[in-house]
Ligand binder design. Structure first.
Ligand code: IPE
Ligand code: IPE
Ligand code: MG
Length: 265
């Protein structure tokens, strides 16, 4: 099923965000504050992930997307990079069964070709194990970059549709994006105090509500998540319209031109 595009149609603005995307930042600072090595913060961060998965299921969030490792994180010291890779392996080994038992489907997006074979196999096995689950779609973005995503989509689209060169539309590209299986995020959360996107879902965040908190990722808990949802619920999602227009109910698939109707049928 194709989801409504925030720029081509007016998508639903659900009270409980259907898709929450998170930049889990601040692990290193959390550890430093405790005179621990940075990697101790990454280890603690896995516990927050576990709690967030549970919190999303309880609140009726359908898609949770977590930025675990960016395409720029390879620039970190080799020791930290290899610790993060090993942590990813051990988290998958320990959590895949539990996710499955809780009805969670795991998907990994990013350039997994950059990972060692053992990790790639484990990712494939965990995705297969949980493939039929529908309670929550948990996406882990690993070796992911928003620019990588747009470029790989463009490359695949042009290979598939060479005859449309010069006249591609959004609807041609969208199916090739790494997260074509999910609606655009309703709510974006970044912990750790930085106010930037850091090459996360640059295409998909076009109309997402952005929420930034100074809490460090290992400190982020259910109450903090509820505060983020409450902030989201206080926003007016206009998608380009005026407040006055929002008072008048519109058909959810409202299209501005007849040509759009044809493309979105
Ligand atoms: C986020 O925490 C985790 C990853 C990027 C893998 P950081 O490691 O960036 O923590 P800070 O920002 O240095 O505190
Ligand atoms: C973003 O955090 C990436 C992840 C959380 C995986 P960073 O800590 O790498 O971001 P910058 O470098 O501060 O922008
Ligand atoms: Mg950081």
């Amino acid at each position: 099923m194709a989801f409504l595009s925030s720029t081509r149609q007016i998508p639903a603005a659900p009270a409980v965000p259907c898709h929450v995307a998170v930049i889990m930042d601040g692990n290193g600072r959390w550890a430093k504050k405790r005179f621990l090595p940075r990697v101790a913060g990454h280890k603690r961060g896995v516990e927050t992930v576990r709690a967030m998965v549970k919190a999303c299921i309880e609140r009726g969030v359908e898609f949770l997307t977590l930025f675990a490792f960016s395409s720029e994180n390879w620039r970190r010291p080799p020791d930290e990079v290899s610790f993060l890779m090993n942590l990813f392996v051990s988290a998958l080994e320990q959590e895949a069964e539990r996710l499955h038992a809780n009805g969670v489907r795991l998907r990994v997006v990013g350039d997994v070709a950059g990972f060692e074979q053992r990790l790639r196999d484990l990712i494939a096995r965990s995705e297969q194990l949980t493939a039929a689950n529908t309670k929550l779609i948990l996406t882990v973005a690993a070796n992911y970059g928003g620019r990588w995503d747009v470029l790989q989509a463009v490359n695949r689209m042009t290979a598939a549709l060479p005859e449309k060169l010069g006249s591609y539309g959004e609807e041609d590209l969208a199916p090739y994006l790494a997260m074509a299986y999910a609606p655009e995020p309703d709510l974006f959360i970044r912990t750790g105090g930085e106010k930037r996107i850091s090459n996360f879902l640059i295409w998909q965040l076009a109309y997402t509500e952005l929420y930034f908190t100074d809490l460090l990722w290992p400190e982020f808990n259910d109450a903090a998540f509820d505060a983020a949802i409450a902030s989201y619920q206080g926003r007016e999602r206009r998608f380009g319209r005026t407040s006055e227009q929002l008072a008048v109910p519109l058909a959810p698939t409202f299209s501005p031109t007849p040509a759009d109707d044809k493309n979105n049928a």
